[in-house]
Write a protein that binds this ligand. Structure first.
Ligand code: AP5
Length: 214
């Protein structure tokens, strides 16, 4: 089964595309951001530590994230095929991942910074079913409620302007170097993340047409 990594700045659409890609390839979608938010919501010591960094838009320390991910990959069948969304984010994380498993393909989502800010500040999500909307580009029928279950929508704490600025700067400083890391290993495919969800999805399907399956 394919082992794929999604790289890209905050708001570039990784989470939006990940569900469809994982379903099409029959692999689990592993989002370290979702895992960390779940741990924070559950109030575990790890989650509470992570929450302080996430709210500020900083990266959670490598040892915390690596521990979470290693647990996932060591489950029965865990390393057989996956779509990693939000991991790795630093060169030490990429090196650690490379020691655990072989990676088949890395997709880099590319979008100008002004579009990223619009997408992040307009994002709202349902705290119950996890549906993600955007007040401008993917609006719910009622701007305050989830289309699927009517729950009041919430804004992520790190989608407020101060945290968004920090997240974009952190991406440039700590995650962007991974583009060269994976390019040098012949694994990187750049994807234009502008346009509609369907247009970006079609580009991704094309980029993955030759990825090894099963
Ligand atoms: P994480 O949850 O991974 O957040 P992120 O990488 O910042 O990415 P986002 O979820 O913000 O954006 P996305 O690219 O998924 O965009 P989306 O599809 O939602 O991480 C959060 C935090 O956790 C980090 O800051 C860090 O603290 C910590 N963390 C996580 N992993 C870590 C790690 N490995 N190491 C250390 N710390 C870690 O789309 C955004 C919006 O745009 C939505 O409103 C959507 O509806 C809209 N949209 C999507 N596609 C389109 C389109 N084509 N057209 C129009 N609108 C669109």
């Amino acid at each position: 089964m394919p082992r794929i990594v999604l790289l890209g700045p905050p708001g570039s659409g990784k989470g939006t595309q990940a569900t469809a890609i994982a379903r099409a390839l029959g692999i689990p979608h592993l989002s370290t951001g979702d895992m960390l938010r779940a741990a924070a919501k559950a109030g575990t010591p790890l989650g509470l530590e992570a929450d302080r960094y996430m709210r500020a838009g900083e990266l959670v320390p490598d040892r915390v994230v690596l521990g979470l991910l290693a647990d996932e990959l060591h489950r029965p069948g865990g390393g057989n095929g996956f779509l990693l969304d939000g991991f790795p984010r630093t060169v030490p994380q990429a090196e650690a991942l490379g020691r655990l498993v072989r990676i088949d393909r890395v997709l880099s989502f590319e979008l100008p910074e002004e579009r990223l800010v619009d997408r992040l500040t307009g994002r709202r999500s349902c705290p119950v079913c996890g549906s993600v909307y955007n007040l401008t580009t993917q609006p719910p029928k009622d701007p305050a409620r989830c289309d699927r279950d009517g729950t009041p929508l919430v804004q992520r704490a790190d989608d407020r302007p101060e945290a968004v600025r920090t997240r974009l700067a952190v991406y440039d400083a700590q995650t962007r170097p991974l583009l060269e890391y994976y390019r040098a290993r012949g694994l990187l495919t750049r994807v234009d993340a502008q346009g509609s969800v369907a247009e970006v999805g079609a580009r991704i399907a094309n980029a993955l047409r030759d990825v090894p399956r099963g």
